[in-house]
Design a protein around this ligand. Structure first.
Ligand SMILES: [Zn+2]
Ligand SMILES: [Zn+2]
Length: 258
């Protein structure tokens, strides 16, 4: 059997968690058939590090943006985001969005920051990687008002209910599932994954966080995206081959790589 090929739509390979063994992490990725990934930005401070990583590795792309709960001295501007994302391997704006789980950044500031990112994304015609945590209503209002459908977007590490998934799908967005879809108690999330149409589904690790079962609690890495794929194949009652090929095709489409 030829080896399956996977696309990890969201990881943070530049993080210090990988400082000591990054080359081994890349090796394991290749061995498991994770041929492509997007290493996602959470601030501007480490963007050059991220850019270099993408330049030095085939099949690795990056994004530019500021996380909703990340404290910064100066708020990003549309201009800045347009300039910083102007690179052949920069395929998205984000991660950004709304996060009411922690309270490092005031909701009003998150709101303005999120809108700035979507405006920039529309300008450069790249999708927005959306981080939404315990902020479904606020996120969906902004996505709609700022017309996310004009540039496309991804609800990353999806952890909301079907109602929110449906609203995002109606706006033309993609839904990305991470390791938490494998957690024992998350039946409701698996039910959402079952319902998401195959042509809008993405898989991710969000490494180094949220390692899937059976690696739960350990540092996560892109090689483990296979366990996310296996879980979704099972709940959808389809083959791992289909998940691998269709989620890869979806990622290539949303990141405008085809
Ligand atoms: Zn996130
Ligand atoms: Zn992330």
């Amino acid at each position: 059997m030829t080896q399956l090929s996977f696309f990890d739509s969201h990881c943070h390979l530049d993080f210090p968690h990988f400082e000591d063994d990054r080359s081994e992490v890349f090796e394991r990725m290749r061995e498991e058939g994770i041929d492509r990934c997007v290493s996602v930005a959470v601030d501007f401070d480490h963007l050059s590090r991220l850019q270099k990583l993408a330049e030095n590795h085939d099949g690795v792309w990056f994004s530019a943006g500021v996380h909703p709960n990340h404290e910064v001295n100066e708020e990003p501007t549309v201009d800045q985001l347009c300039k910083l994302s102007n690179h052949v391997k920069c395929v998205a704006i984000g991660e950004t969005g709304m996060d009411f789980f922690r309270h490092h950044v005031e909701p009003e500031i998150q709101d303005a920051r999120f809108r700035t990112h979507i405006r920039a994304a529309r300008h450069v015609n790249k999708p927005v990687i959306v981080h939404n945590r315990e902020a479904d209503d606020a996120s969906m209002v902004i996505l709609k008002e700022e017309k996310i459908e004009k540039c496309g977007g991804i609800m990353h590490c999806f952890s909301s209910g079907w109602e929110t998934a449906k609203k995002a799908l109606d706006l033309g967005m993609y839904i990305s599932f991470s390791g938490n879809v494998t957690f024992k108690r998350n039946d409701e999330l698996r039910e959402v994954a079952r319902q998401v149409p195959m042509d809008r589904l993405l898989i991710e690790t969000d490494s180094p966080y949220l390692a899937p079962v059976p690696h739960r609690g350990k540092r996560n890495e892109p090689a483990f995206v296979k366990q996310v794929a296996e879980c979704i194949a099972e709940v959808k009652g389809i083959s791992l081959e289909s998940i691998a090929s269709e989620s890869t095709e979806n990622a290539l489409r949303v990141f405008k790589l085809i």
